[in-house]
Design a protein around this ligand. Structure first.
Ligand code: AGP
Length: 378
């Protein structure tokens, strides 16, 4: 069926607004109802994919690579499996040593990205004929299970975003995050690295996310539009975050670069003092993702350091937070949410900010220059 904009000015805006539904669909597909007696997670993957698993290698590009970084955080922190994330274009020519009992995951929204397919094909080939424990265990995470990726790997987690038209990925990223929550929790449940109670608590938390995104969308639409007005001529942006929200800083910067052509960098907040802080002055706004949890005070203090260099500070932080509200010049408030689940929420205002800045600049939001929806050349 033809996909329509349904009253939205651009597909990107429509797709941003589809995210609560994408999370709901993913919850229904990946998790069994609370009252069910089966395992709470249902990805339909065979048990032998997980047997004696010692490590995980993930290959991806762009936004899918950012989702993979969050996946690594979840898998390592919840399931305790050492995980590495590679740019597919790098991995292909400098792969990690062939290790035993290793799961290789390719993450590609389109299932057609040449770099990612080539990295997976290389991995498959170099493990052929080796003794069983070295054999390739390949898993794909894709929004297009019928794609080339689907033919290359035997196992797939389908992300459930529906067709995405805008070149800048938004709802497919959220869908990839949902796949990683399910995978990390599945691994944790099977390995018993988290208790049943914690598992239930995380899944219940995920079930609240759709309405939290709805609330965020409702409150942010005007705020980001207003901010976009002020930043339409800005030349550089820095996004900072730590821990599970560091990849969101990268994603916020990538969205802005792709569609507004404004130079932007995402940085782990603690690294700013090792160089990039020299860039800061009144002309360079800093967007800080500050969510209460393991790195909250650290992010706030890194943000303060930026403010001391005259940067205008924009905070993606929970509403009604006294301390944060005071240090930030502008707030993009999100609901109070567990740090572990926060990336699905914190990415939303950053998508909207990039969208509104690009729209304000009169750019072709859905079809940015020099980019294609899937990059089928290496
Ligand atoms: C996302 O906004 C980008 N257009 C781009 O980085 C994209 O994520 C990348 O090309 C990977 O695409 P894939 O997920 O289809 O493999």
């Amino acid at each position: 069926a033809m996909v329509e904009k349904q009253g939205f000015k651009h597909f990107m805006l429509k797709e941003i607004h589809e995210q609560p539904g994408v999370v709901r669909t993913s919850l229904d597909a990946y998790f069994n109802p609370a009252e069910s007696t089966e395992s709470p997670i249902n990805l339909g993957l065979p048990a032998d994919l997980y047997t004696d698993l010692e490590q995980i290698q993930i290959v991806a590009c762009g936004t899918s690579w950012h989702a993979a970084l969050i996946g690594k955080y979840l898998i390592e922190q919840l399931a305790g499996i050492s995980t590495q994330v590679h740019y597919a274009s790098e991995y292909r020519y400098a792969p990690s040593p062939v290790t035993a009992n290793t799961l290789i995951i390719g993450v590609t929204q389109s299932g057609e990205t040449a770099d990612t397919l080539a990295a997976l094909a290389m991995e498959k080939e170099r493990r052929q004929g080796k003794e069983p424990k070295y054999q390739a265990r390949l898993l794909g995470i894709t929004n297009r299970p019928e794609s080339s990726l689907g033919h290359l790997v035997p196992h797939i987690i389908s992300t459930l975003a529906g067709i995405e038209i805008s070149v800048a990925g938004t709802k497919t990223f959220t869908a990839q995050l949902m796949a990683f929550y399910a995978l990390a929790l599945d691994l944790a449940a099977r390995r018993q690295t988290v208790s049943k109670e914690i598992l239930e608590k995380i899944i219940n938390g995920l079930r609240q996310i759709p309405k939290e995104i709805e609330a965020t969308l409702e409150s942010q639409e005007r705020l980001t539009e207003h901010l976009a007005h002020e930043f339409a001529e800005t030349q550089d942006f820095i996004f900072i975050g730590r821990g599970i929200n560091f990849p969101i800083a990268l994603e916020g910067a990538l969205k802005l670069k792709e569609i507004s052509y404004i130079h932007a960098e995402g940085y782990p907040a603690g690294e700013m003092k090792h160089g990039p802080i020299a860039l800061l002055d009144a002309k360079v706004p800093v967007v800080a993702i500050a969510i209460p949890g393991s790195v909250y005070e650290k992010v706030i203090s890194n943000a303060q350091e930026a403010k001391a260099r005259d940067s205008r500070l924009i905070g993606v932080t929970p509403v009604n937070d006294g301390e944060a509200a005071e240090i930030f010049n502008d707030l993009l408030p999100v609901s109070h949410v567990e740090e572990l689940l926060s990336p699905i929420l914190t990415v939303v205002p950053l998508q909207l900010l990039a969208y509104h800045i690009a729209a304000r600049r009169g750019l072709d939001v859905d079809q940015p220059r020099n980019l294609a929806k899937s990059v089928t050349v290496e």
